[in-house]
Design a protein. Structure first.
Length: 103
């Protein structure tokens, strides 16, 4: 059994057992005291984080080590105010529009 198959089995078990635990905790089946909703949500958050970690490990097992580098992109200058070196007084023209819109 390969690494990613073991991870998939663990994820399948984690999801299945969480669904059963939620049902048992809400209904109080088998002599268990029904749990309040905040404690069930805490358990679900923990399961969610476990699954996210397993997804990262699964990605590593399938595709190898990934190095994500942030691209150093330059943000363009977006100042739309009139500048001193442009022709002032130029008007923009808008074509006819359907509906009651203003330019």
């Amino acid at each position: 059994m390969t690494e990613y198959e073991r991870l998939l089995d663990r994820m399948y078990f984690e999801i299945g057992s969480t669904l059963m635990d939620n049902d048992i905790c809400r209904k109080g089946i088998g002599g268990a005291i029904p749990q309040d909703e905040p404690s069930i949500l805490r358990s679900n958050r923990r399961t969610y984080m476990n699954l996210k970690i397993m997804m990262v490990r699964l990605e590593r097992a399938l595709y190898g080590e990934q190095h994500y580098e942030e691209a150093e992109t330059e943000i363009s200058y977006r100042d739309t105010r009139k500048s001193d070196n442009s022709k002032s007084g130029q008007t923009t023209s808008c074509g006819p529009r359907v509906g009651d819109f203003s330019c």
